[in-house]
Design a protein around this ligand. Sequence first.
Ligand SMILES: [Zn+2]
Length: 445
Amino acid sequence: MVIEERIIMAGPPQRLTLTAPVRFAGMVSVGSVVSDFTVVDAGGWAGTSTSEVTTPAGPARRWTSDRVLSGNVIVRYRLPLTPFAQGGPPYGMKAAGFGVAGNSGSLLVLPELQGLRRSTLRWDLSRITSGSSGVIAGGTDMLIANGSPELLIDRWLMAGPLKAGQKRPGDRFNAYTLGAPPFDATAMMAWSRRVYTSLADTFGYLGKPRYLLAIRALDAPSFATGTTSIANGASLITVGSPTYLPGQDVERVKSTIAHEMTHNWVGQFGDRPAPWFNEGLTVYVSATLPCELGLREWSDCVNEIGKWANDYYGSQARNWTMDRIEATPFAHEDVRRVPYGRGMMYFANLDAQIRTVSNGRRTLLTALRPLFEERRAGQSLTMQRWEAWLKRERGPEAVASFRDTVLEGSMIVPAPNAFGDRLRAHPAHSTSGDRIYDGYEWQAN
Ligand SMILES: [Zn+2]
């Protein structure tokens, strides 16, 4: 891809410096793979020299012009697309169906200029297949940010012959698909819109927020993965084209889409990573709400709940403290998955308790709404505020039990009415590889 930056240097002439991380999000090469770097102002071409520097975000490369520049400056450079084979979170720009999709952070070399008041990101699609369009999270086909160009980072981008899912211009929910996914894209995007509406209505506190769902089908073997960007109300779902990976599980795609969109409402715990909340509540809601509202079959939710529960009960880390789990390197998938299942089980039990004591008038989400409203008004959701809420809701023993199970690692036993009356957990000996562990079998009622 060729990136062109038009920078207005309004102050006195000065040397221009620009930086890019050597790797964005710790994985996508940026600074070290930029080529054909050119800088031009009214005085003509300017040479640049490069140096390796360390920024607060990590190792970076810096370009410095070899003379002072002023006025309108054009910087151009070329970046290769990210190879299909690169795994992990989908930040790199990858080719999909005669287009590209990925994250702006893997593209941008940013000027280090004080006082830039407005930054705009837009597509130039004149050299790709006709009929193409582009989308950018937080905007539409372009993004205008009032402030420095750092505001343009960490945006999902997609351009090419996009299939649009929205019916009406001005919709708050927008979905686009690029490439040939292993499902009917129009139907999947319509289903996603119904999930969006249910999340907005059930959580309530955000109204109908602007949301972008971008689905890219790579011309390569790729199982469904998703990554969300809460600050920008958007997620990118990656699937493989059926030519390269036949027989992909469409239920897995639905579960991924529901999971990533749910993150938008669950949001972030404020003062620590807290995967038991950020992921655990997301898993609990996305594995139950679509079935409660008839958007998926209960048998599919039972399978999904069973999978997450097994990731917890079947893990070597099921009794580890949350601190120890969080300190474990990201690559230990078996450990990293525990907070998802542990959190899901914790919230399932808590929801059952709240429904029982209120005779079904209240649910976990109605009880949590004041906490979400406070966070939206600027109060960070800290451990202190969480435990104060829990104490008000369920008393001091609930706080002790939360610490004992979620934080310290004592095993969570499913309440008989966890997940309502739609499914039951039966104690069972399960196997994981060559290990046998005490877990549960999940059956629909
Ligand atoms: Zn997640």
